[in-house]
Design a protein around this ligand. Structure first.
Ligand SMILES: Nc1ncnc2c1ncn2[C@@H]1O[C@H](COP(=O)(O)OP(=O)(O)O)[C@@H](O)[C@H]1O
Ligand SMILES: [Mg+2]
Length: 506
């Protein structure tokens, strides 16, 4: 025992390796859905300063084309990137593009997201002031099919023969573009792009295909859920939600548009247009004011780690479509996942009624990039920038819920009660008028005085003496019977009750 007490601790150290299996996992099934993969390609066009991207999917998604008029890609850039995926060099020369856009890409795995959609990707690209055309074919099928053992030897890196490229020299020097063609679309992805059915197979789900913008607006504002649309439209909505395209014209009630104009303008000013099967892709956000009651609040914060601007919107009653309920975080101009209905973890039991009424967006600066997980869908809760964002946001939200309660719930209820009393008073004057002509001035003024009490409601509850008080059938009979017995003869009382019954039954 004594020996134990004086012995030195044994030290050990070692190397930690990541199994090739983990790398397989990352490249084979990282994204939540087809839309999440597509948005990576569109965001790449944005980062390449494209002003227009043309996407064609219909009729049967045999081939999906993503063609942009961006800066293009050289053979060297391509080879550098694909010789070691997951290293982005995009920000080596700064955080902004030549056009001044804040770059979205950072992690260096977006290009390869296409492998979840197709077995083959073909790229044509050329840069300005060059006659070179880069033409490559990447065989994702081949990469995926290789056995784990070969992969392990190769350390999981992409190796020779996975792509084949050629350079030709017949480009116009003024041209610049990147055209990406996804071929041999995987069985698992096809439905998301072309299906005219929804997930539940309902007979005729709604579709945005080929619709004019105003019809898209009408369609979206009428939905309980995006699930009521066909899969084609759901995918479009999810892509539009994420990428830096503009908002729909009239995406919010006109009373509120001025509060939202910084965001409308911000999205418009990126000058980035995506034409998807012939119609322009927009954000699928439509804020609908229900029962004439809504509230909007602009938010902004400059913290130690992070800068944020955004808004919160509330409408009376559960927000529709439900996909917009919660808060959407955008890092720079690209969304992280979809709306978070937990509001970054706002305590469940507090303001439970109003949680379903609210939709908001937060535009955050690049500080949150570091907190982004590689699927670009989720954030790490422990990152200091996220911690700061969350703490601030929960305070703002609590405040907003308080205003929603006061301005949209309590006050309107009181106002409605007062209006009801006013209306009753008006029709009561007709009753006193009738009493006056039948039984004289004295009877009428006695009646008017009896009911002329202050009608201030107590938190929505009518007082007994209020004209707005309502009676049940039982209560009416109780009162009428008492009165009949005390002032009428039994025969008159019987006739009176019979007539009353006839009237009450209509
Ligand atoms: N549409 C495009 N136009 C020009 N270059 C592109 C395009 N798409 C991808 N690239 C190039 O390929 C690289 C890899 O893209 P990606 O895998 O999405 O990583 P990241 O966007 O994080 O850099 C980009 O950094 C860019 O150089
Ligand atoms: Mg990218």
């Amino acid at each position: 025992v004594a020996e134990h007490e004086i012995s030195e601790p044994t030290e050990f150290e070692g190397e930690i390796r990541v199994a090739a299996r983990v790398i397989d996992f990352l490249s084979s099934g990282l994204y939540k859905n087809a839309a999440a993969c597509m948005k990576e390609l569109i965001n790449n066009s944005y980062d390449a300063d494209a002003t227009e991207v043309t996407i064609s999917v219909k009729p049967d998604a045999d081939l999906i084309a993503i063609e942009d008029n961006g800066a293009g890609l050289t053979r060297e850039q391509f080879v550098t990137h694909f010789s070691r995926v997951a290293e982005s060099h995009k920000r080596d020369d700064g955080e902004r593009t030549a056009r001044g856009r804040e770059k979205i890409g950072k992690i260096g795995i977006g290009f390869i997201a296409a492998n979840e959609l197709c077995d083959q990707m073909e790229i044509f690209s050329t840069c300005e002031n060059s006659t070179e055309i880069l033409h490559v074919n990447i065989d994702f099928g081949k990469i995926r099919d290789r056995s784990f053992s070969t992969r392990r030897e190769q350390g999981g890196d992409v190796h020779k023969g996975d792509y084949h490229g050629e350079i030709t020299h017949d480009a116009d020097a003024a041209d610049h573009y990147t055209k990406v063609y996804l071929k041999r679309i995987r069985e698992t992805a096809i439905d998301s792009f072309v299906s005219e059915a929804d997930l539940l197979g309902s007979p005729s789900p709604k579709s945005v295909y080929g619709l004019h913008e105003s019809s898209v607006l009408d369609l979206l504002s009428d939905l309980d859920s995006w699930d009521q649309m066909d899969l084609y439209s759901q995918t479009r909505a999810r892509i539009g939600l994420n990428v830096p395209v503009r908002y729909l014209a009239q995406w919010a009630p006109s009373e509120l548009t001025s509060g939202l104009s910084p965001f409308t303008r911000r999205a418009f000013d990126t000058g980035f247009k995506v034409v998807y099967d012939g119609t322009e892709l927009t954000k699928p956000i439509v804020l609908v004011q229900r029962r004439n009651r809504s509230l909007i609040r602009e938010l902004s914060m400059e913290g130690e780690h992070i800068r944020v601007s955004g808004y919160l919107f509330a409408s009376h009653g559960a927000l529709k479509p439900k996909e917009l309920n919660g808060v959407l975080i955008r890092i720079r101009d690209s969304a992280v996942g979809e709306y978070d209905a937990t509001y970054l973890g706002y305590p469940q039991q507090i303001n439970a009624l109003f949680r379903g009424w609210v939709s908001g967006e937060l535009y955050v600066d690049g500080a949150l990039d570091e907190a982004l997980n590689i699927d670009r869908q989720t954030l790490r809760d422990t990152h200091p920038a996220y911690v700061e964002l969350r703490k601030w946001f929960l305070g703002e939200l609590a405040n907003f819920f308080k205003s929603v309660r006061e301005e949209m719930y309590t006050q309107p209820a009181e106002r409605r009660q007062q209006e009801r009393v006013q209306a009753e008073k008006l029709s009561f004057s007709e009753i006193t008028q009738r009493v006056k002509s039948a039984y004289g001035e004295a009877a009428a003024s006695e009646l008017a005085e009896a009911w002329d009490q202050p009608a201030a409601p107590q938190r929505g509850r009518p007082r007994r003496s209020d004209l707005s008080k309502s009676f049940s059938v039982n209560e009416i009979y109780e009162i009428a019977l008492d009165v009949a017995q005390s002032v009428l003869s039994p025969e008159s009382a019987a006739a009176y009750i019979a007539e009353l019954t006839r009237r009450l039954r209509g």
